[in-house]
Ligand binder design. Structure first.
Ligand SMILES: Nc1ncnc2c1ncn2[C@@H]1O[C@H](COP(=O)(O)OP(=O)(O)OP(=O)(O)O)[C@@H](O)[C@H]1O
Ligand SMILES: [Mg+2]
Length: 338
C-alpha cells in the first residue's frame, strides 16, 4: 500500500477552532474506581500527557494522513500553565489565546481492562473570545485557510466566532464543516446549530446526536427511522448543491445524505478494539483530509473509516505509525443506495 503524498496543498489549508485540551491518562484497576481520590493523594501512577479535545484530534488525524504537520491551524484558548506549555510543544501551528483566569482544559482518563472513565475540566478553553480571532495577525490564517472545522461543543463557548468563520466561508466559497458532537449540545444549543445549518457544507454526527437534534429542532420522534431524518436534515443544508450529512453509528452502518439521495455503508469490523476514544474525531479528520485531495464523497467515507479503524487499534487518538492507505483497500462497503 502507498502512503498519501500531495504537494499541491498549502500550509494552513485546514483551520480548526475549538477547546484545546490536555488528555491525562493512566491505567488503573477496577477497584481503583471505587477509591478515585487515591490518584490525587498518593501519586503512584504513571501519567500520559497528550494533546486532546475534539478539534485537535481531528486536526492531528489530518496531519497524520496527509503526512503534513503544517497543513492545519488550531485556534482556541489555554491557561498560563504547564499543561498549556505541553500543548504548545505537542501541537503544530497552534494559535492559542492565553488567559491567567483559568487553567488549561484537561481531561483525566482512567483506563481499566474493560472500560475508561473520563472527567473533563474545560477551564480556559471556555474563555475564548472573538477579539482574538479578529486580530489582524490571526485573521491572516483565516484568509489563508480553505476549510474550517468546528465541533458542536464549541458553539456554546463563542458562537460569535463560529458564525464569523461560517459567514467568511460562505462569502469566499470555502468549506465549513461542523460536528453535532453530543446529545446535550443538540438539546441545549440546538437553536444555534439550527441557525448555522445554511452555512454548512459537511455536517457530522452520530445517530443518537442526529436523532436528538431532529427531536428538538425538527419535531421528529426519537424512534423515527434515521434514513428519512438524515435526508430531511440534508435538505436544510442550503449552502449549495454539494452539501452532505454524514451519520455514524459505531460498528453499525454509516449514512450519507446528499442531493443525490441516501447511501448506506457497512463498516469494516476489527478483530480487537484497543480504545474507542476519538474514533469519531479521527473519522472526520480522514473525511476532510481526503476531500482536500479532491476525493469523491464515497472515497472520503472510505478514508474516514480507515482513520477511525487505525484510531480504534491504538490508545487515544494518537497515531504512532506512518499511514498506509490506498483506496483499493475497503474500510467500508456500499450496502444500499436510495
Ligand atoms: N466498534 C466499532 N467497530 C468498527 N468501527 C467502529 C466501531 N466504533 C466506531 N467505529 C468507526 O468509527 C466511526 C465513528 O464512530 P462513532 O459513531 O462511535 O462516532 P462518535 O460517537 O462520534 O465517537 P466519538 O465519541 O469519538 O465522538 C464509525 O463510523 C466507524 O467507522
Ligand atoms: Mg462524535
Amino acid at each position: 500500500m502507498a502512503s498519501i503524498v500531495n504537494t499541491q496543498l498549502s500550509d494552513g489549508t485546514f483551520f480548526g477552532l475549538g477547546h484545546p485540551m490536555l488528555d491525562v491518562s493512566t491505567h488503573v484497576s477496577n477497584e481503583f474506581l471505587q477509591r478515585l481520590k487515591e490518584i490525587f493523594t498518593n501519586g503512584n501512577y504513571h501519567l500520559n500527557y497528550n494533546a486532546g479535545g475534539s478539534t485537535q484530534n481531528t486536526l492531528r488525524t489530518i496531519n497524520w494522513l496527509l503526512d503534513r504537520p503544517n497543513i492545519t491551524v488550531c485556534m482556541g484558548c489555554i491557561g498560563n500553565d504547564e499543561s498549556g506549555k505541553i500543548l504548545e510543544e505537542q501541537m503544530e501551528n497552534c494559535l492559542y489565546q492565553k488567559t491567567s483566569d483559568s487553567p488549561t482544559a484537561t481531561c483525566l482518563i482512567l483506563i481499566t481492562e474493560q472500560a475508561r472513565s473520563m472527567i473533563t475540566d474545560l477551564g480556559a478553553a471556555n474563555r475564548f473570545t472573538i477579539d482574538y480571532l479578529n486580530k489582524s495577525e490571526n485573521w491572516l490564517y483565516v484568509e489563508r485557510a480553505k476549510l474550517f472545522y468546528i465541533p458542536g461543543y464549541f458553539v456554546r463557548t463563542c458562537p460569535e466566532a463560529v458564525f464569523k468563520l461560517a459567514r467568511h466561508a460562505a462569502n469566499t466559497k470555502k468549506i465549513f464543516a461542523l460536528n453535532l458532537s453530543a446529545e446535550y449540545i443538540c438539546q441545549k444549543f440546538g437553536d444555534i446549530l439550527m441557525q448555522l445549518l445554511p452555512f454548512i457544507d459537511f455536517l457530522f454526527g452520530n445517530e443518537q446526536e442526529v436523532k436528538c437534534f431532529a427531536q428538538y429542532q425538527m419535531k421528529n420522534n426519537t424512534n423515527d427511522d434515521i434514513l428519512p431524518i438524515a435526508r430531511e436534515l440534508q435538505k436544510l443544508l442550503i449552502k449549495n448543491t454539494k452539501t452532505c450529512v454524514i451519520v455514524t453509528h459505531g460498528a453499525d452502518p454509516i449514512i450519507l445524505a446528499s442531493n443525490h439521495g441516501v447511501k448506506v455503508f457497512a463498516v469494516k469490523r476489527l478483530s480487537k478494539i484497543v480504545d474507542t476514544i476519538g474514533c469519531g474525531d479521527a473519522f472526520v479528520g480522514g473525511f476532510l483530509a481526503y476531500w482536500s485531495l479532491d476525493g469523491s464523497i464515497d472515497e472520503c467515507i472510505n478514508a474516514a473509516c480507515y482513520c477511525a479503524y487505525e484510531c480504534l487499534s491504538q490508545t487515544e487518538c494518537q497515531f504512532t505509525n506512518k499511514p498506509l492507505f490506498n483506496q483499493t483497500e475497503r474500510f467500508c462497503e456500499l450496502e444500499d443506495s436510495c
